[in-house]
Design a protein around this ligand. Structure first.
Ligand SMILES: Cc1cc2nc3c(=O)[nH]c(=O)nc-3n(C[C@H](O)[C@H](O)[C@H](O)COP(=O)(O)O)c2cc1C
Length: 219
């Protein structure tokens, strides 16, 4: 098995939101959202059983999908991709509108409101297939691909993403013969490489916006 084969599959970066049975607004980042039929238009989303968003969608059978752009705020991926709605109000400081009863953030390219029609189980993820009730454009940007997220944003696949591979969150090798130091963001796993021994105090994570004191020196 050559894990590099997986790096050639193409994905986007999406935000999935839902409301749980108690009316709490929840949501998580997902790289797997695809249109599977056109008449009626149906989308498929893959959510890990451990994610609270998966629990809420199972309860209410409704979700919203938002396409995120290359210029999306780092706080969106940090909040929705690396924290759980179980113990966080993810919408506390994120501007959004209620559309068909679901939270749709302003910082997205477009949205789809989905009524779940079928659920398929795997050992770790539930695949939700649902019909599009409504969709519209929100703002102009280039849709972010997963490859852009990795190469430009230097983001990593967290444990609950379907694309996670064990060991892909290790530090990087030395470059150009210089001794480089590596600092890992404790929130999102981003690894910053520098010749400096310390991070500047005003440094913030380019992926999730975490401050310098949330970084751990790896080597
Ligand atoms: C780039 C990226 C892609 C992700 N893709 C998925 C995905 O497709 N499915 C999934 O269940 N989780 C995915 N995750 C992980 C969830 O967003 C993450 O576990 C989140 O904290 C779950 O929040 P919740 O407990 O509020 O649902 C991804 C995270 C990132 C940063």
């Amino acid at each position: 098995m050559n894990p590099e084969a997986y790096y050639n599959l193409s994905y986007g970066i999406y935000l999935i939101t839902a409301i749980d049975n108690d009316g709490k607004k929840v949501g998580c980042i997902a790289n797997c959202a695809i249109q599977v039929t056109s008449n009626p238009s149906q989308l498929l989303i893959s959510l890990n059983h451990d994610n609270y968003t998966c629990v809420a969608v199972r309860e209410t059978k409704k979700l919203a999908v938002m396409v995120l752009g290359e210029n999306v705020g780092a706080d969106i991926i940090g909040t929705f991709g690396y924290k759980s709605s179980r113990n966080t109000d993810k919408f506390a400081s994120i501007p959004y509108k209620n559309i068909k009863g679901l939270p749709v953030i302003n910082d997205a390219i477009c949205y789809f409101i989905i009524n779940v029609k079928n659920e398929f189980e795997t050992n770790t993820h539930t695949l939700f297939v649902g019909e599009v009730e409504e969709c519209d454009l929100i703002k102009k940007d280039i849709p972010m691909t997963y490859s852009y997220y990795h190469k430009v944003k230097k983001g990593l696949s967290p444990k609950n993403a379907p694309t996670y591979q064990k060991g892909n969150d290790k530090g990087m090798e030395k470059t150009n013969g210089k001794t480089m130091h590596h600092f890992k963001c404790l929130l999102c796993g981003y690894i910053y490489e520098t010749e400096d021994e310390e991070l500047p105090s005003d440094f913030t994570c380019p992926v999730c916006g975490a401050p310098a004191d949330q970084f751990e020196k790896i080597d």
